[in-house]
Write a protein that binds this ligand. Sequence first.
Ligand code: NAI
Ligand code: MG
Length: 365
Amino acid sequence: MAQQNLLLLPGDGIGTEIMAEVEKLIAHLNASGQSDFATDTGLVGGSAYDAHGVAISEEDMAKALAADAVLFGAVGGPKWDDVPYEVRPEAGLLRLRKDMGLFANLRPAICYPALADGSSLKREVVEGLDILIVRELTGGVYFGEPKEIHDLGNGQKRAIDTQVYETYEIERIARVAFDLAKTRDNRVHSSEKRNVMKSGVLWHEVVSAIHANEYKDVQLDHILADNCAMQLVRNPKQFDVIVTDNLFGDILSDAAAMLTGSLGMLPSASLGAPDATTGKRKALYEPVHGSAPDISGQGMANPIAMIASFAMALRYSFEMVELADKVEGAIASVLDEGLRTGDIMQDGCKKVSTSEMGDAIIAKL
Ligand code: NAI
Ligand code: MG
């Protein structure tokens, strides 16, 4: 087994507590011959600011660029509310995304049967749900120029944001979505608003062309983003992979995520372009949730989103699909046995701490 290189960036708040569970898990997998990971650890966010006055040091940034994959915990909190804008904790994550060229954000929404009653929707609508939203992360209206506010001088102002997409940006995100669909249920919904947006017209045209030329064997449907939002709430199981732009993806992925119940359960991945020689993509894996300052340092955090993010790294960066299945299966089985951290607690279940949850998952492996 070739040695794999992982950089751990726990961050601050509960980031350090949940990353500790992944470290235990990796140590177990290495010791039992199921993996051969070499891990290194760096500082990001509040922890980097406290140590070096930056959001991430150049040394740790270089480590992130050299690693086979980065696992990121969480950053932020009231302690750093007053630090300068460029070195605030969130700047560390933005720098990583930018310098690693992470343009594809993968947000799975999986509803574990044991937690289906925690959803705001009926059990039959969400039980067994397994969808993947692929959001374009580096283009669109969040970054397009011009982006400004003008004073019109008559007591009025005008604010402008600009949605910009070029062909190559749509092509590369479409390829990520189609490739992922092939490993799943082989279906993609592409979502935009071509009825009112030029960028939606181009999006539709480019995704259709990539499909016709390279992925005819994958089923492609186009869906307007507002209808997609409705369908996600009405009948989410009709979807397999949804590919969409930065803005719609931000909103649709948060909506889809909440169908499953808890923030503490949700992993994500961000991928870059394939390397010209090795074909490997730069990748960062992180829970969807933040640093949860309200519960940090108390052993209450749910480590499952972080552990499930590590499982995504196994699947997408290391092609260790069987081990990824095994880790996800271990999560499902501890939930079936009724173990719960506070955030997902239900009547008749056993409340456990962060480390007890981690230990129970490891015991299944
Ligand atoms: P949050 O996700 O940290 O917390 C929201 C609520 O969910 C809190 O009540 C928290 O206790 C709970 N929660 C979150 N993760 C949990 C877990 N694993 N187990 C149990 N309960 C959990 O979002 P919030 O409160 O809006 O932000 C807190 C800080 O985190 C802010 O500084 C924010 O900027 C930062 N943040 C960082 C992100 C990142 O590092 N990628 C993402 C989102 C927020
Ligand atoms: Mg969001």
